[in-house]
Design a protein around this ligand. Structure first.
Ligand SMILES: C[S@@+](CC[C@H](N)C(=O)[O-])C[C@H]1O[C@@H](n2cnc3c(N)ncnc32)[C@H](O)[C@@H]1O
Length: 291
């Protein structure tokens, strides 16, 4: 598939999800959106119901991003805006939360949700996460929830993350990742591209992609299993404060990066083989209602 055809397939899928959300059923139905369950009751109470119900992620990047007053946050693939709105409350009036999405219908939904929430320090931008329309070193924290797997050109996404982050900036990303031994065909057997499964990177590919653009302290922590050999995980990393010369090559980064893969459901699922229980929790990756 070409970059354009991947973008079009994914865009059509999420345009239709946004239209459904506008009619009150972002995912499986207003009362049973598994993505919304990934947020605490307190977090859900901070937002209008429509924003919570529009959630289509596979984790909760806000829970790990440790946002502070005055910070500038960028959410890659912001959808209906749930993580942008939660970020905006945490960074306060002196900070700013940007959402970037390529789907007009999602941008319209997010702007409506922001208006309903009364958020004034948010901005939703149209564009591809492979070519972020923001200046270099303008962002403190990049977050994303179940979107990197959908990108047509993942090396460009990693390059763009490293470009827009200020030195010392950090990332907190939720995404679906595969065990390293699963081939691309095996990932595609487990779910569709637009359903966040077929395009997922392996843990090693994700870790190397971040290290290759110069990010350090990479950790990948599985949270729940979404398919045999595939999990939702939280990925954290940071951009060094001091420039460290040229970004390491893939060959050197694999050997020298400080990447850590935490123990968790991934190991458990490997041990259990094909009988692994699939934990629901995340529209894209868990319940399969978006696939
Ligand atoms: C699975 S939804 C997640 C939405 C949101 N992060 C959430 O947690 O509810 C994926 C979103 O990413 C957007 N998207 C997918 N690929 C993209 C790309 N290459 N560039 C920009 N947006 C993209 C889609 O339009 C959709 O809104």
């Amino acid at each position: 598939m070409t970059t354009e055809s991947i973008h079009e397939t994914v865009r059509e899928h999420y345009a239709s999800a946004a239209i459904q959300a506008q009619h009150g059923s972002a995912c499986c139905g207003p009362s049973e959106n598994p993505s919304a369950e990934l947020y605490s009751a307190l977090e859900r109470d901070e937002l209008p119901d429509a924003a919570v119900l529009a959630s289509l992620g596979c984790g909760n990047p806000i829970a790990v991003a440790e946002l502070h007053e005055g910070e500038r946050v960028l959410d890659l693939g912001s959808g209906g805006g749930i993580d942008v709105l939660l970020s905006a409350r945490r960074v306060g009036p002196t900070g700013r939360a940007f959402g970037l999405d390529m789907t007009d219908e999602m941008l319209a939904l997010a702007r409506r949700n922001a208006a309903e929430a009364g958020a004034t320090n948010v901005e939703f931008l149209k564009g591809h996460i492979e070519a972020v329309p923001l200046p270099a070193e303008s962002i403190d924290v990049v977050i994303s929830n179940c979107v990197v797997n959908l990108a047509a050109d993942k090396p460009s996404v990693f390059r763009e993350i490293a470009r827009v982050l200020r030195p010392g900036g950090r990332i907190g990303i939720s995404d679906i990742v595969a065990e390293d031994h699963l081939t691309a065909d095996q990932r595609a057997e487990r779910g569709s591209y637009a359903g966040c499964i077929a395009g997922a990177l392996s843990m090693g590919e994700f870790r190397d992609g971040l290290a290759e653009v110069g990010l350090v302290d990479v950790t990948i922590s599985p949270s729940h299993t979404v398919a045999d050999g595939m999990v939702s995980a939280i990925i954290k990393a940071s951009k060094p404060v001091e420039a460290q010369g040229d970004a390491p090559t893939l060959a050197t980064s694999a050997a020298s990066s400080a990447a850590v893969v935490s123990s968790g459901p991934l190991e458990a699922s490997s041990a259990l083989g094909r009988d692994v229980a699939v934990v629901s929790g995340g529209c894209c990756g868990g319940a399969g209602c978006c696939g």
